[in-house]
Design a protein around this ligand. Sequence first.
Ligand SMILES: *Cc1c(COP(=O)(O)O)cnc(C)c1O
Length: 373
Amino acid sequence: MELKQFTGICRESINLINLNPLQRGGLLSEEARRVAPDWIDGYSVCDFCGGCLDRIKKPPIEEFVHKALPEFLDCDVVRLTNGAREAKFAIMHSVCREGDTILMDGNAHYSSYVAAERARLKIELIENSGHPEFKINEDDYAKRIDEVKPKLVLLTYPDGNYGNLPDARRVGKICAEHDVPFLLNCAYAIGRMPISAKKTGADFIVGSGHKSMASSGPIGVLGMKKEWEDIVLRKSEKYKGKEVEVLGCGPRGFSTITLMASFPSVVERVKNWDKEVENSQYFIKSIEAIGGIKQLGVRPTEHDLNFLEAEIFYEISQKHKKKGFFLYHELKKRGIVGIKPGLTKNFKLSTYQLNKEELKKVIDSFQEISRMN
Ligand SMILES: *Cc1c(COP(=O)(O)O)cnc(C)c1O
């Protein structure tokens, strides 16, 4: 069977206010958009490759990977991967052996589970505190490390449901005291907020280009302490330049270019993190004032990603002919998308990089829609 010719349809979120946390940090910078057309062909960065992607000088991938990124993440060694999950898998697969145990926070992303499963690890968890905060108690790591003797510890910073930011430095200290390597998953942090691998004591730090670094993706960053280089970045026996865990080459094209082109603007935007948190807190305060909407997770929020419990929208949905889909349609009418169609009672959203006017429009829309009750 032939696939019908794809001639393009207008993307759901284009030119609308998009509240999808997954997508807000991955919007391309102007610079990336400008250079994009020259690099969209397959293997576009490989014109001057001598066999090692991170040593390509034209375009300046070498300088980016070996100087700019280690400085940005405050770690010794960096590589590009095809995503945060590929970075996590590379770490788990090289640091642990089949049947070893990994200890993760109960708010870990599904991709952390899947990566651990692929590496054939046993998974142990630190449970969160449950409704309404879903908080991870950092000190639980000490007890649980003694109990389950993990070969690797993972902390999600922040988690992708509630935007909770546990004290990574505290967990790093516990891991150091117990001599267990510490992996910090920063898919929702690197590229949004300032992060220092050294200060948190992380042995490994991973980020997502398409999640938080204004990149098309798929692309991720993997940072580590020098002492892990020979293990995680070991070379093929036959092909001396090829690193085994990335299967020889990292992201070899357009995604790398968008990550690099956006990087200077990402470095700048990270400096505005306090403002982003302020906007997020203002937003939550404003919509909670409507009544019948509450932010779950740690309060006040410390991140642009928030999880809402919206009784008021649920009540409306019970009477509305469109049922649970009414909220999606009402928002769309007002030029707002990104909340999953069908959801009313519990949903996530992000205010990342929305300007004052856009924030106001979203708040006003929530207010108007709530009056349907
Ligand atoms: C989005 C997300 C990931 C996955 O990132 P990819 O780069 O797509 O692999 C991992 N962890 C968390 C916490 C996330 O939110």
